[in-house]
Design a protein around this ligand. Sequence first.
Ligand code: NDP
Ligand code: MG
Length: 392
Amino acid sequence: MKRIAIIGSTGSIGVNALDVVRQMPGEFEVVALSAHSNADLLSRQARAFKPKAVSLFDADAAARLKQNLNGFCAHERPGTEGLVEIASRPDVDLVLMSLVGGVGFKPLLAALRSGKAVALANKEPMVMAGAQLMAEAKRCGGQIIPVDSEPSAIFQCLQGGSDSTAALTGGLTRQIRKVFLTASGGAFYKHKGSLAKVTVEQALKHPTWKMGRKITIDCATLMNKGFEAIEIMNLFGLTREQVEIVIHPQSIVHSAVEFTDGTVLAQMSLPDMRLPIQYAMTYPRRTQSVVEPLDLVKLGELTFKKPDFRRFPCLALAREAAKSPAMSAVLSAADEVSVTAFVDGRIPFTSIAKVIEKTMKLYRAPEGLPDFDEVEAIDRWARTKAREFCGR
Ligand code: NDP
Ligand code: MG
């Protein structure tokens, strides 16, 4: 049995991952579960999956959880320390990182330094410091297996391109001409008129995927696609020019790779995250899945369009930030702050991009790769500035 730890088990990805575990009896042992503050759901998950340890980031919620689970399993400390403990446990083979935001950076680093295989949904750390994390993984024997549907699609296409191990080590880069990174277009792709007055509720209505709040807002601004472009550059050693973003409203082609001979391989399936989650969890094996098979005739049509960089300025900001690893860290931090401000009703939708742009303009990005301490310092600086711009 593969022994797994899930960091972010109460979220959209985490719940789907536990569903995959439930559907595959005898395949996985759930060793540890962790979340932010949802003590009720984590208690229920712990009773169902019987992990050896649990943790909640929030100290008050952690105390409630301890009461709920009275002596049932071990409790790691609240805060980042508990996440790091869980990410580096010696009795874990695979860490599923399904928490949201830059807070995942330290546990991801810890997991890679412990030589773990990491099924990675939490994209923000890969935007903050993806190249450095990949180098650290290589140095320490860790491995990142993408969970996000587009990076997973590219990863799967690369395995069709040549021998599979090269896909994870960047050894295939020479054979890739470019990548088509597909985007649904988010909540406002078809919205007519100004986006200045759209509500949080409208922004949270994603046309094809059901996900957590932050990523759904990132989809509505298209920042999510900008993040994924940076993430796949770091994961697969691609240049900015090798990534072409295309709007594909049906979310059936999850991305495609064009090889040097002109062949394009695409990965297709219905939009259901349980499929890429399961693949990352069972990799390199393919297994039976609960996901409905694809009926191409029923689908009828698949369409692809150019994105509108002017209407969705976050895409242009991400493209700019992709030139510099330090600026990418600024981008991710400023986005997290401004999305929170929008969801809390403190800034309008269109100010998300404005806050990020102002923060980026203020930053003088150094040449080269910042080390991990520098990345954390950049992250703190950008959050402080972005909060000021949000008018806190
Ligand atoms: P959700 O908001 O649904 O869930 C977030 C999870 O992270 C919850 O379990 C939450 O706990 C936990 N969490 C948040 N902060 C902390 C913290 N400080 N310490 C420990 N746990 C924490 O998010 P999603 O599942 O939608 O997304 C998770 C990540 O996966 C994101 O980075 C997203 O970009 C990425 N992703 C998601 C996809 C999806 O389909 N949902 C698709 C592709 C990528 P609690 O419930 O207690 O608050
Ligand atoms: Mg995605």
